[in-house]
Design a protein around this ligand. Structure first.
Ligand SMILES: C[S@@+](CC[C@H](N)C(=O)[O-])C[C@H]1O[C@@H](n2cnc3c(N)ncnc32)[C@H](O)[C@@H]1O
Length: 367
């Protein structure tokens, strides 16, 4: 095994080998029965569950073997691994510690998400152990570096690339910065989680992009990293409900936007823009998310302008009809267990929320 930090050339080699094996988003979606790559990113565990009986057939081809290892995150027999993958690719995966071998079985150590003609290493949200019938078992570690999510795709599909210098705040595995880097003269990512540094740096190498990565808290002093023409933030928290205190808005969008004004606007060059993805709970009395955001940020003199773009993704929204019925739409990505769903629906009713919509809030600095 080699340290990832010194492995830029090996990651370039890996990119070529993954492509040569035919491992891309279309092939993975097709093999796992997803209508398109976006659906595979959203409902990966469901597609893994739906294909648990197909593993012996899946691992018969190089792209199927890679899909089983890094998208289903399942183990494979060593003999098949050696037979199906090219020796160069098999050795590279072991050298970079992307797999481990125990008792004639190969286990994935990371997920690899093919997305938009790129590949992204990250932690595994779930694994599909053969010992458990190849069915998904969910994982959560304290220092989890998330693989690309529906919200990452929503940003990439709705944020307009600009020019100059880009800062990816809360970069995680680096998907936003790496995907957009080609439009900018310089790109950097920051994340509070030191393991994110490892993944985002590796993914920059893997996808042939220049991106500096720093381990830093966005509440801290980020001035030393310079000024930026554009910053993007896929905010943590809006879709998590750890804090169930009745005093705390579980959507936390207001807190995120205040942090953005306090911490990010000062990092922007004049007329720079920070784009932030948040879910907004719209009260019955408000006309829409723009009025809610205006109310929160009114009085912040440093905001030069506010623009709201609705992402229009039904799975990242709760329509008024669903709140009236007290039922989250099936497949919603805003909560993922019954306890959270019940809490959320109760909260909406109790606090007079009409609907929830996910938006990109674009804040510009003064000219
Ligand atoms: C929703 S994830 C987004 C990851 C990635 N940008 C994406 O779009 O898939 C939010 C990221 O923010 C990071 N984060 C959370 N709090 C932070 C803080 N105070 N400072 C910097 N990063 C933070 C988390 O570690 C996590 O990687």
């Amino acid at each position: 095994m080699v340290a990832w930090d010194d492995s830029g050339a090996l990651f370039s080699d890996l990119s070529a080998q993954l492509r040569a094996a035919g491992f891309d988003e279309q092939s993975a979606a097709g093999l796992l029965g997803a209508a398109n790559p976006d659906r595979l990113i959203r409902y990966g565990a469901l597609h893994a569950l739906g294909t648990s009986g197909q593993v012996p057939a899946l691992i018969g081809t190089p792209h199927g073997m890679l899909t089983q290892l890094f998208v289903r995150n399942g183990d494979v027999p060593l003999a098949e691994y050696r037979r199906v993958l090219s020796p160069a690719l098999g050795e590279l995966l072991e050298t970079l510690a992307l797999v481990s071998v125990r008792d004639d079985t190969v286990f994935p150590a990371v997920s690899i998400t093919p997305y938009s003609n790129q590949h992204f290493l990250a932690d595994m949200r779930f694994t599909c152990p053969s010992a458990r019938g190849h069915k998904p078992v969910m994982h959560a570690r304290e220092d989890f570096v998330p693989p690309p999510h529906a919200t990452s795709c929503a940003i990439l599909q709705n944020v307009k690339p600009r020019s100059g210098r880009l800062l990816d705040i809360g970069t995680g595995c680096g998907i936003i910065g790496v995907s957009l880097a080609g439009h900018y003269t310089a790109t950097a990512g920051i994340d509070i989680e030191p393991r994110a540094y490892q993944f985002a740096t590796a993914n920059a190498h893997l996808n042939g992009r220049d991106m500096e990565v720093h381990t830093a808290d966005f509440h801290g002093d980020l001035q030393s990293y310079g000024t930026w023409d554009h910053a993007v933030f896929n905010a943590p928290g809006p879709f998590r409900l750890h804090d169930k205190s009745p005093d705390v808005d579980p959507m936390t969008a207001e807190g995120v936007l205040h942090s953005a004004v306090d911490s990010f606007l000062g990092l922007l060059a004049p007329s720079g823009v920070v784009d932030i993805l948040v879910a907004i709970a719209v009260p019955k009395a408000a006309s829409g998310p723009a009025e809610v955001v205006d109310g929160w940020l009114r009085g912040h003199k440093e905001v030069g302008g506010i623009q709201i773009t609705e992402v229009g993704d039904p799975m990242l929204a709760v329509p008024a009809s669903a709140i009236q019925k007290g039922k989250l739409p099936p497949g919603s990505l805003l909560a993922n267990n019954k306890e959270d769903i019940d809490y959320l629906m109760g909260y909406f009713t109790r606090t007079g929320i009409r609907e929830v919509t996910t938006v990109i809030v674009s804040l510009s600095s003064r000219p």
